[in-house]
Design a protein around this ligand. Sequence first.
Ligand SMILES: Cc1cc2nc3c(=O)[nH]c(=O)nc-3n(C[C@H](O)[C@H](O)[C@H](O)COP(=O)(O)O)c2cc1C
Ligand code: SF4
Ligand code: SF4
Length: 331
Amino acid sequence: MALLAFGWSAPDPSPKSSFARCASFAVEFILFTTRPIRYRGDVAVARTQVGAEREGDSDPREREVGVSNRIFFFTGSGNALAIAKSIAAGIGGADVTPMAQHIGGFDASGEERVGIVCPVYAWGPPRMVREFVEGLKLSAEQYVFAVTTCGGTPGKSAVYIDKWIQAKGGRLDAGFNVRGDTYAAIPGMSEIAIVKLAGWLGRNHVPKQAKERMGEISEMVKGKKSHKVEKSNASVNLLASLIYSAALGRFRKIDKGFGVTDACVSCGTCAKVCPRENVKLVDGKPTWHQDCESCYACFLRCPQKAITYQGHPPNEPTHHPDASLAEILIR
Ligand SMILES: Cc1cc2nc3c(=O)[nH]c(=O)nc-3n(C[C@H](O)[C@H](O)[C@H](O)COP(=O)(O)O)c2cc1C
Ligand code: SF4
Ligand code: SF4
């Protein structure tokens, strides 16, 4: 099936022992002391030297860096985070911020550039992205862009984001579709008839891989260039219009397919990566509560591979190599 054929950039390191996995998790967790994540480039460092300072900014780290770009991400297998980080570095620095932590609203109107980076689920953005955008405060002057990462058929994902921003009186200045550099195959997904059909309909309009476009996209964002909001061809988009909303509703309950094996060591990682707080530990074991985003982060990031989906453990690769576990912890 076409989706499975899409490549990924680098294999994970060789399998580790349970002790090594726990130790590496502990080290990552300790190292992860600041959030939002800040990626500095030369421009941001130069701004630091002139001592840029924003009004009402009580965080000394903000004053130190003085960046005024913010890129929000939502991710399951890490592609969106890796893209957000790459653009942040390419434009000279940005706060890279998880959407899941700001669903109640975020005032980004003081930023110079605002980015929204997310995966494509059923030819549109994940449910949480809409909730996030609806609570996002933007201003007319700033540059707003989106990047959606997919397996091959993005549908109208960036168009939806533009629509939601337009409903608030703004617009996307640029919308890009890329193919993730890592494809974490979910058991059974590529066999679904509608997925096969969409892949076939969109076979001549497959987006380039993220790594092939990061330079170009970063340049455009840095220069605040306008760019059309990219989308699939008309037949895929028609399918997307018919299916997207219904599919998102169904995704809430895909967590009924998860199970846990005796390999579980009750570390709680699955609950900590869940953007929906949909995983709760009961007697030390995960339980799911049918408010799922279908991001598969719990399944993909269990250090013991103790979570199964429809009876299967995850395959390698489980995530993008540039998206560490520590960076996707929501709590
Ligand atoms: C529930 C679900 C639905 C998906 N739907 C699509 C889709 O409609 N079109 C597509 O090309 N890829 C689809 N994908 C693949 C992801 O968009 C792709 O792997 C993406 O790069 C994942 O981003 P992430 O690593 O940031 O989570 C889907 C993946 C999942 C988990
Ligand atoms: S299932 Fe959850 S609690 Fe158990 S080992 Fe995996 S991540 Fe840790
Ligand atoms: S339960 Fe798992 S798949 Fe569902 S939203 Fe949480 S982390 Fe993602």
